[in-house]
Write a new protein. Structure first.
Length: 370
């Protein structure tokens, strides 16, 4: 594989419904799309999954754009490798910036699968063409608003409900949700809003029989999480601090949590996701695919990687229409009434790109050549 050209496109799309986490509220997304072209003119598409500001991780739209343009593209362009699995190696010299790397890396996987004429999910080694879908519901203005949203998602068939929590939106909210829906598969994600000083409060969530408590403590911590896990019954799911297979290995060894939310962007792409999936499978740690409010392109990559054997719990990959008035792929991502998504059977990501729509939404673009 020899990449000759990398095109970056930034698009702006309003969310159907605002999304609020413990670190802030988003109404509109700015998304960097990556198109790679090889020496024979084959193309592949990826998405940089960073947010508009460095609230979830250090990366954000401005850093992603600059890092690809100035640092990562020159490391990849014109450098021949055997396969897409080796693209991450070309960028290894640059530290961090994994979401930016993942934009390029996943695009190369799409390109390679298209070249081979196989669906990306198969090319990645997927085994379950149909995956289980859950939803992530942000912090709302009122508890009745949240209960209404949960009712809608359950009626749509989703297999589990995740709600975002923060110290101002936690115990009483969970209590009301459990009163209304005593038996649903329910979990909570704190996005690092607590410290060990809050241990009594975190312990009190045990009464809600949550499937898991996602990332209660610091975004870069796996030590305090191990202390917390020893004190609470609810399984801890790690998100933010797991950026590589080495991080996963250490967290498993320390017993920092019992489940991992695996995100392509956070770990640098499909190749690292595959490594983490394998280590987790060997150690009986379930993984599930997280989301970053992706457009259809990132969503398609999430569906493909979710078909690997270790992805044994419903993920945050849900229907396009929950996020977008019109998605940039066709068909849009749809979830069946039994709460599943079936990976497409056509080559690569398996969805068509709506080029005209992307053009209308574009706020800047650039072409980087070798
Ligand atoms: O912590 O999983 C998270 C969205 C943005 C940043 C972080 C997270 C999330 C989500 C949304 O939970 C998942 C989705 O629906 O895409
Ligand atoms: Mg999370």
């Amino acid at each position: 594989m020899l990449i000759r050209e990398i095109k970056l496109v930034e698009i702006k799309m309003p969310l159907v419904h605002f999304f609020e986490t413990s670190f802030g509220r988003t109404y509109e997304r700015s998304i960097i799309l990556v198109r790679v072209t090889d020496s024979d003119g084959g193309t592949g598409w990826g998405e940089v999954t960073c947010g508009e500001s460095p609230g979830y991780s250090e990366e954000w739209t401005g850093s992603g754009w600059a890092t690809i343009e100035k640092i990562l593209a020159p490391l990849v362009l014109g450098h021949e490798v055997d396969s897409a699995a080796d693209i991450a190696g070309l960028m290894k010299w640059a530290r961090g910036n994994r979401m930016a790397k993942s934009g390029i890396e996943t695009a190369c996987w799409d390109l390679e699968a298209k070249r081979l004429g196989v669906p990306l999910w198969q090319h990645l080694g997927g085994v379950n063409r149909t995956i289980e879908s859950g939803v992530s519901i942000g912090i709302q203005d009122t508890i009745p608003d949240l209960l209404d949203l949960i009712r809608i998602e359950l009626a749509a068939g989703y297999r589990r409900i995740k709600i975002k929590i923060s110290p101002r939106w936690d115990y009483d909210v969970l209590k009301e949700v459990r009163r209304e829906f005593p038996d649903i598969p329910l979990m909570a994600d704190a996005n690092s809003a607590y410290t060990l000083a809050d241990i009594e409060r975190l312990k009190s969530f045990d009464e809600f029989n949550l499937m898991m408590l996602e990332q209660p403590l610091a975004h870069d911590d796996i030590i305090d999480h191990a202390k917390l896990q020893a004190e609470i019954k609810t399984p801890i799911c790690l998100d933010e601090p797991i950026k590589s297979v080495e991080d996963a290995r250490k967290a498993i060894e320390l017993r920092s949590g019992r489940i991992i939310n695996l995100k392509n962007g956070r770990v640098g792409g499909h190749t690292e996701s595959k490594k983490i999936e394998a280590v987790c499978r060997e150690n009986n740690i379930p993984v599930w695919c997280g989301g970053m409010l992706e457009s259809g392109i990132g969503r398609a990559h999430n569906i493909a990687i979710s078909t690997l054997a270790g992805y044994t719990m419903p993920g945050d990959v849900s229907a396009s229409k929950r996020y977008w008035h019109e998605d940039i792929i066709t068909p849009e991502v749809e979830v069946s009434s039994d709460g599943t998504i079936t990976a497409p059977d056509s080559p690569g990501i398996g969805f068509e790109i709506k080029h005209d729509l992307i053009q209308k939404l574009t706020t800047r673009e650039t072409m980087i050549l070798s």
